[in-house]
Design a protein. Structure first.
Lengths: 86, 415
């Protein structure tokens, strides 16, 4: 997986405790906007590098007929989502 | 009394490592710590000095405090990033939160330095050296930056110890080790020995901390007064201040200053900058419930000469307008039309502002105080720039200047 750190548009749901779960997101793939459905969240970790809290989701989806792993990041302080690695 | 155990935790190249860690978290390809880089102000607005530098930048003999221009001459490929004080506060708070898991008694000495009282904590965490390594590794792994930890029985020696091994080190400096580890160091490395004292000590033939420790204290007291005795005690590892959890020192004065993006050559603009400084000082005075008697004006000319002028007035004040009148008076007495690059205002001799001596000549003081109170309330509710003086409109001069973000911990000379 390569580090990309692209900001993304996303649909996610939040539990009553405020924990998000990504559902689908939009990226530019082969020069066209593609919506990727998050099929499975394999695991979730939290990091607080430089005191900045972020949630990291290791996910799995079928993209272009291939099963691919990727990581999404959620930044608490700005409420932004990123495609971290793919 | 049981022996105290004090840790001093010092973040290595704090501003730079915090910026580097933050950038890596946001997908940066290079680690600023591994290339010649520095945190510096904006040279366009002439806030252009190096605040922190990476270890590879040190190889180019780049020093903290030198101008960005001269740093770029020494190393043209150097990466310079702007400071981000909010990030530094965040990092500092995260560090404090992590340290609080180990001891309830922690003193934040500055934004990047903490003292920790670990006395009797071996019951919970094991020997001090082991826990220090554990803390250091956790900070590196969880927060993404490195620290140096000094361990000793007092705050001074712990601070000196953390200076010994940088970056990413743990060092002990107990009383029995000072002769071997601290005494061979040059005298200017000792806490509280600044450039002026160093010069004097060198002239007495004292070049190392060991030589200072072995000098007759009466000689030092005679020459350097109480400060001589203080540094002699420090050189011998004698210091016993407690780890203060809430550091609240008595405020002696409030000052603000600013470097202007262009040279000022006319009275009108100079007065506007002074007014913008007084606006922030007035707000800070009233927030703390103070009134000041002593008012001082300082300026730096374009050829870097510093001139200051102060006066003690008969009545203490906290009104922006009256302080400004006095500042204006002082400034016109000492300015001869030189080109200005830096202006500063300072107030001192503070007393509480609940009962103040009224002056016969400031007949409208009560009305002004009411006005200030309203302005402060509006600014608190809607932001500092919600209400500004119309004279600043389209002037290019900030209506409020000087000062740093609220509650930013600065280093003190008091341990």
């Amino acid at each position: 997986m390569k580090v990309l750190m692209h900001p993304i548009e996303i649909i996610a749901w939040f539990t009553c405790e405020g924990v998000p779960r990504p559902l689908r997101f939009k990226i530019l793939y082969n020069n066209r906007a593609t919506v990727i459905k998050v099929d499975k969240v394999i695991f979730k970790t939290e990091e607080k590098i430089a005191g900045n809290k972020m949630l990291i989701f290791r996910c799995q989806s079928v993209i272009d007929g291939r099963l691919r792993d990727f990581e999404l990041k959620y930044e608490y302080s700005t409420c932004r989502w990123f495609l971290y690695k793919m | 009394m049981p022996k105290q155990v004090i840790f001093h935790i010092d973040v290595n190249s704090a501003y730079l490592s915090w910026e580097a860690a933050y950038r890596l978290q946001h997908g940066a390809k290079i680690d600023l710590r591994n290339v010649p880089s520095a945190v510096g102000g904006d040279s366009a607005t002439r806030h252009g000095i190096i605040l922190a530098k990476s270890i590879p930048a040190k190889k180019f003999k780049i020093k903290t405090g030198e101008t960005l221009f001269s740093a770029r001459q020494k190393c043209p490929t150097m990466i310079i990033v702007p400071p981000n004080y909010e990030l530094y506060m965040k990092c500092s708070n995260a560090l404090l939160k992590l340290l609080k898991e180990y001891s309830p008694k922690i003193q934040r000495f500055s934004v990047d330095e903490c003292f920790m009282d670990m006395t009797k904590m071996d019951k919970f965490w094991g020997p001090p050296l082991k826990v220090a390594y554990e803390i250091k590794e956790r900070i590196k792994k969880e927060l993404g930056f490195t620290v140096s930890i000094g361990i000793s029985t007092c705050k001074l020696l712990a601070k000196m110890a953390s200076e010994l091994k940088k970056p990413d080190g743990v060092t002990t400096l107990f009383l029995e080790e000072i002769e071997e580890k601290m005494w061979p160091l040059p005298v200017e490395d000792l806490f509280m020995v600044g450039p002026a004292t160093t010069k004097k000590l060198h002239s007495y033939g004292i070049h190392t901390i060991g030589a200072l420790a072995q000098t007759d204290p009466r000689f030092l007291q005679n020459r350097l007064k109480s400060h001589g005795l203080l540094i002699w005690n420090y050189a011998n590892g004698r210091e016993n201040s407690p780890v203060r959890e809430n550091v609240a020192f008595e405020i002696k004065g409030i000052g603000n200053s600013t470097t202007i993006a262009f040279d000022i050559d006319n009275l009108k603009e100079a007065k506007m900058v002074l007014l913008s400084l007084v606006e922030t000082i007035g707000g800070r005075l009233r927030k703390g419930g103070w009134a000041a008697r002593l008012i001082a004006v300082t300026f730096k000319t374009s050829d870097f000469r510093v001139i200051s002028h102060q006066r003690k007035f008969s009545t203490p004040v906290d009104c922006t307008n009256i302080i400004y009148q006095r500042v204006e008076e002082l400034f016109s007495e000492c300015w001869n039309g030189e080109h200005l690059r830096h202006l500063g205002v300072k107030v001192g001799e503070l007393c509480t502002n609940d009962f103040t001596q009224l002056s016969l000549f400031n007949w409208n003081q009560e009305r002004l105080r009411k006005l200030d109170k309203t302005v402060d309330r509006i600014r608190k509710k809607y932001g500092a720039k919600a209400l500004i003086r119309s004279s600043f409109l389209h002037s290019g001069i900030s209506p409020l200047s000087g000062g740093i973000i609220e509650d930013y911990p600065l280093m003190s000379s008091i341990l």
